[in-house]
Ligand binder design. Structure first.
Ligand SMILES: Nc1ncnc2c1ncn2[C@@H]1O[C@H](COP(=O)(O)OP(=O)(O)O)[C@@H](O)[C@H]1O
Ligand SMILES: [Mg+2]
Length: 318
């Protein structure tokens, strides 16, 4: 199945494809796609039929765009780059043309603050407790945020009295799944009920990991919790992989990365790594996502590279 919207989405997301070559291969008139992209003119049905086998050859499938992939960014330790990864991967995906929703599920509200939302009028907690509509604020083109602040701690305390506690988040966002390509949830620094509810709502998890021995040892706890979630809450939860964060060029970090790559066989370790760079802290002080703060910086580039690797990986596993 292909529609004008899906065809254009796929072409926009794959800038390496040459539009004129696609038109030629499909045997449709020159400029058909260019006009659709630039002038909002729909590709006629008969030309879409001819395009379908060509786009499929390059990896198109309607399944790619069925529902948002919901990703929990999870690690029970604080200060490992969960929030930075959520904001920066989300921004990189949005800049590629994907529709992104970021959910702040940490009562510290750091994700909301980074994106310039300090005291949200309506927040995730309101929806989880009182069933008001799930809050969605637009931040930059293609990137929306469901904000939180310390009020979210009430949800954690009142979980036992909330009917269907761990499934509330999943239920509250179900109507949003067909509006986004990726929904990324920034989890709190604990494997608590909020994190469980994120994982219950998710397709998969990304684990940011510091190349330090204590952090690496903590990987077992995360793995164990994900197995529990699979058993009791969400049988299809996947682990997309581990991304090393705050990586420094020294023999200790090099050694630990090598150790993890050698020893950890059941989880993918992404090749792209996020270097320890001061621009991440500067951008946080400026309450700005990293590319908006400094689009050409090495810091922004780290997440562009991770984003490219991640998308390529998803085309294999999806
Ligand atoms: N790659 C990095 N290099 C340097 N500082 C970073 C990097 N990633 C995050 N930080 C900083 O480290 C602190 C913790 O990062 P954060 O993403 O908030 O971690 P978490 O959400 O796991 O607690 C923040 O001040 C952030 O700006
Ligand atoms: Mg955080």
């Amino acid at each position: 199945m292909i529609t004008n919207e899906l065809a254009l989405k796929f072409i926009r997301h794959n800038p390496a494809l040459s539009v004129s070559s696609l038109e030629k291969e499909a045997g449709i008139p020159r400029q058909t796609i260019t006009r659709a992209l630039n002038e909002n003119r729909a590709i006629p049905e008969k030309h879409l039929d001819l395009l379908l086998p060509i786009l499929s050859k390059y990896g198109y499938s309607a399944l790619l765009y069925q529902n948002a992939r919901v990703i929990s960014v999870v690690n029970h330790k604080g200060g490992v780059g969960k929030t930075t990864t959520t904001a920066s991967l989300g921004e990189a995906l949005a800049n590629k043309g994907f529709k992104i929703l970021l959910i702040d599920l940490d009562p510290q509200g750091n994700l909301s603050q980074i994106l310039g939302v300090d005291s949200p009028e309506v927040q995730v907690a309101d929806s989880l407790i009182n069933n008001v509509p799930f809050p969605v604020l637009n931040i930059i083109p293609n990137l929306d945020l469901s904000p939180s602040d310390i009020d979210l701690a009430n949800v954690e305390m009142r979980f036992h009295e909330l009917t269907g506690g761990e499934f509330r988040l999943k239920n509250r966002i179900s109507h949003l799944l067909n509006q986004y390509d990726y929904i990324i949830i920034d989890c709190p620094p604990s494997l608590n009920k909020l994190t469980l509810s994120a994982m219950a709502a998710s397709t998969s998890c990304i684990i940011p990991l510091l190349p330090e021995m204590s952090a690496v040892k903590g990987l077992n706890s995360i793995w164990g919790k994900i197995m529990e979630v699979r058993h009791d809450l969400n049988a299809s939860l996947q682990i997309d992989g581990v991304v090393f964060t705050m990586v420094k060029k020294n023999s200790v970090h090099d050694g630990i990365k090598a150790y993890v790559k050698e020893e950890v066989k059941n989880i993918k370790i992404f090749n792209a790594e996020i270097r320890h760079l001061i621009d991440f802290q500067k951008s946080q002080i400026a309450q700005s996502s990293i590319s908006k703060f400094s689009g050409n910086s090495d810091a922004a580039k780290c997440y562009w590279d991770f984003c490219d690797e991640y998308i390529a990986y998803l085309q294999i596993v999806k």
